[in-house]
Design a protein around this ligand. Structure first.
Ligand code: MF3
Ligand code: CO
Ligand code: CO
Length: 272
């Protein structure tokens, strides 16, 4: 790296030591999270996912950011919106109207001053089934308990182990085809952060690492297939899937979450 204030460790993971790097990530993370806050009241039955995508992009650009997604490996839209059995990388569409009872993930990645903020939450269009609601709540708990495992000296496997333990307790499965990832000036960097695994395995977690945790939890089996659009991953058994994502830094004694909701929103139903 040309930046003297950060270096890559022996596992190729960037270690940030400059307060300016943290400040940059706080700004990007706050905008990504504020975009998810902003879009919340618009998520209702009958709106199209393209409408939500355009509103998000308008909010991002009006607040000094750009979408990291559009054009990324040819991705055609500003956000990812994944409905029901779609695991991730759902492509917003003018043809797709939300229906009452559907659950969806909106995943926003912004770039502000070169830094990436990447976060996603689940939303309900109208009233979800008890079963869908439970899946979303457990997935949120998986993310937050995974973050609690982050501290210097712990292993990356500790994160996956706790997520897997919670998901399996409820009879759900953990998608292993997609991972969390390092991020900073780069969108997807080392390491791959797996959402399953064994305690005490994988590289050590060190202060100054920036990465996401973004567990994808399926109601049925973990197996995924990619749709003909070459992007959208769906559950092979077409069971429901949920996901939440935060971007964070490893601090001296834990984690600093860059993408906490400025409005205090956590898991739906969101009180506005
Ligand atoms: N935001 C997604 C992630 O969490 C990546 C989306 S890449 C895109 O890593 F090209 F599909 F937008
Ligand atoms: Co991500
Ligand atoms: Co994301």
């Amino acid at each position: 790296m040309s930046n003297h204030n950060s270096h890559r460790n022996q596992n190729g993971i960037v270690i940030h030591t400059d307060a300016g790097d943290f400040a940059g990530m706080r700004k990007a993370g706050a905008l990504a999270a504020a975009t998810l806050d902003f879009i919340t009241p618009y998520v209702t039955p009958d709106v199209t996912t393209e409408y939500l995508d355009n509103l998000c992009n308008q909010y991002i650009t009006e607040h000094g950011g750009t979408s990291a997604c559009i054009g990324y490996h040819g991705y055609p839209k500003y956000t990812c919106i994944s409905i029901n059995h779609e695991i991730c990388h759902g492509i917003p569409s003018p043809e797709r109207k939300l229906l009452n009872g559907e659950i969806l993930n909106i995943d926003v990645t912004v770039i502000v001053d070169g830094w990436h903020g990447d976060t996603s939450r689940m939303y309900y269009a109208g009233k979800p089934s008890v079963k869908a609601k439970r899946l979303c709540e457990v997935t949120y708990e998986c993310l937050m308990r995974g973050i609690e495992a982050v501290k210097p000296g712990a292993h990356f496997g500790d994160i996956g182990a706790v997520i897997e333990e919670i998901a399996h307790h409820y009879g759900y499965s953990v998608v292993d085809m997609f991972c969390g990832h390092g991020l900073g000036k780069v969108f997807h960097d080392e390491p791959n952060v797996m959402h399953c695994g064994k305690k005490g395995t994988g590289p050590r977690i060190e202060e100054g690492m920036f990465f996401t945790i973004e567990p994808m939890i399926n109601f049925g089996k973990k197996d995924a297939t990619i749709l003909a659009n070459d992007w959208t991953a769906v559950t092979k058994d077409r069971s429901l899937s949920a996901q939440f994502e935060h971007s964070l830094a490893v601090t001296a004694d834990g984690a600093e979450i860059f993408t906490l909701s400025p409005a205090g929103l956590t898991c739906p139903p969101y009180k506005l």
